[in-house]
Design a protein around this ligand. Structure first.
Ligand code: AQP
Length: 336
C-alpha cells in the first residue's frame, strides 16, 4: 500500500526535451512504484502564453504518449489532462483571492516569460500561473512534487498558500515538499549554458527533443558549445558548457558527474561528445519506438486520459468541496 502521494505536471507547449525528461519524467517513472502518483498534462498553464489551437491539441496528445512511452504505467499512476478536471481552475480562483500581488511579482519565471513574450503581449493568466499550480498540487494532498529546479519558487508559494489557508480556515491542505534531483534538476541549453534548456527556445540547437532522430541528436551534440581547454572536467564555474554535457551523461547513466570525469581522464571533448550522442540515441530510441506504436492507437490513449480524469475528479472534487465549505460557501446539497 502506497501511503504517500505525488503530483506533477508538464505543459503541452512544444517539443519535450531531455531537460524535461531528466528534471521531471524520469523521476515520474521511478517514483510511481513508491508513491500514489498523479501526472497531469497542464494545458491550462500552456495557454498562459499564446498557443495555436491545432498545435495545442496535438501537443496535448503527444505529451500523453510521451508519458506512456517513457514508462509511466496507467495501472500504477493516474494520467490526466488538467482541463478535464474543473476543480483546478475553481480552487485556483479561490487561492488568487489570498495571494498578495507582491508574491506573484517576485516569481522569476513570470519575469523571464514576460520578457520573452513581451512582443505578443503579457496577460493576467501568466501572472496568476503560480496560484493555478498551487491548486493543482493542493487538490490532491500531494506530500511530494517532483520537478526541475525552475519550479522551486512556485512550490514555495504553494506551501505558503496552503499554510495561510489552513491558519485562516482550519486544517484543509497538505503542505507539499519539492523533490529535485541533484544533478539533473537544471539542464542548461546546448547553445548557451547560462540559460536553461527550454521547449520554447527560438533555436532548436538549444535542446535535444525526445523525438529527435538519431542524426539530429548527433548533429546537435556535435555543435553543442564547449569551453576553452580540452579536458573533460566537472567544474561548473570554469567549464559550464562541458559540465552541463557531463550532467546529461551522468543522469542518463545514473551516476555522479565525477564518475564521468574519471572515465574521460586523458581523453578529449570529441570522444566524450561522440559517446554522449550514442548514449542519447540508445536511451531515446526505445521511447521513440513506443511513441510511434501509441500514435497508431490514439483511441487507447484517449481512454487512458478519460479514466485518469474520472479518478482525478473524484479526489479533487472532495478537496474542493471541503475548501469551499471552510470559506463559507453554501454547499449545493444544503439547498436541494
Ligand atoms: N532545463 C530543464 N532542466 C531540468 N528540468 C526542467 N524542466 C523544464 N526545463 C528543465 C522541468 O520540466 C517540467 C515541465 O516543465 P513545464 O512544461 O512546466 O515548463 P517549463 O518549466 O517552463 O519548461 P520549458 O521546457 O522551459 O517549457 P517552456 O519553454 O514552454 O516554458 C518541470 O518540472 C520543470 O521543472
Amino acid at each position: 500500500m502506497k501511503n504517500q502521494r505525488i503530483l506533477s505536471g508538464i505543459q503541452p507547449s512544444g517539443n519535450l526535451h531531455i531537460g524535461n525528461y531528466l528534471g521531471a519524467i524520469k523521476q515520474f517513472v521511478e517514483l510511481q512504484n513508491e508513491y500514489e502518483a498523479f501526472y497531469c498534462i497542464v494545458d491550462e498553464h500552456a495557454i498562459t502564453v499564446p498557443q495555436d489551437p491545432k498545435e495545442l491539441h496535438k501537443n496535448t496528445l503527444d505529451l500523453a504518449m510521451i508519458y506512456l512511452a517513457a514508462g509511466i504505467d496507467p495501472k500504477k499512476s493516474v494520467i490526466f489532462v488538467q482541463s478535464h478536471v474543473p476543480a483546478h481552475t475553481e480552487l485556483g480562483w479561490i487561492l488568487n483571492t489570498m495571494t498578495p500581488l507582491g508574491e506573484l511579482e517576485r516569481m522569476t519565471q513570470f519575469k523571464d516569460k514576460s520578457e520573452r513574450h513581451a512582443r505578443e503581449g503579457v496577460y493576467a493568466g501568466l501572472f496568476n500561473y503560480p496560484t493555478l499550480m498551487a491548486a493543482d498540487i493542493l487538490l490532491y494532498h500531494a506530500q511530494k512534487v517532483p520537478v526541475g529546479e525552475d519550479q522551486l519558487q512556485h512550490i514555495e508559494l504553494t506551501r505558503s498558500l496552503a499554510e495561510r489557508f489552513n491558519n485562516r480556515f482550519g486544517n484543509t491542505f497538505t503542505i507539499p515538499e519539492p523533490l529535485i534531483r541533484e544533478y539533473s534538476g537544471r539542464i542548461m541549453g546546448l547553445d548557451d549554458p547560462s540559460k536553461k534548456m527550454s521547449k520554447s527556445a527560438g533555436n532548436s540547437a538549444n535542446y535535444i527533443a525526445l523525438l529527435d532522430s538519431p542524426d539530429e541528436i548527433r548533429r546537435k551534440i556535435k555543435i553543442a558549445v564547449t569551453d576553452s581547454g580540452k579536458e573533460v572536467t566537472f567544474d561548473e564555474q570554469e567549464k559550464p558548457a562541458v559540465s552541463n554535457l557531463m550532467r546529461i551523461m551522468s543522469a542518463f547513466r545514473d551516476c555522479a558527474p565525477k564518475e564521468v570525469e574519471m572515465r574521460y581522464e586523458g581523453k578529449g571533448y570529441a570522444e566524450f561528445k561522440d559517446d554522449l550522442a550514442e548514449l542519447l540515441v540508445e536511451k531515446l530510441t526505445p521511447l521513440q519506438e513506443k511513441y510511434r506504436i501509441l500514435s497508431e492507437n490514439q483511441d487507447e490513449v484517449l481512454l487512458i486520459l478519460a479514466k485518469g480524469a474520472m479518478h482525478a475528479r473524484a479526489v479533487a472534487d472532495k478537496t474542493l468541496a471541503k475548501a469551499k465549505e471552510k470559506i463559507g460557501f453554501v454547499p449545493i446539497n444544503a439547498i436541494t
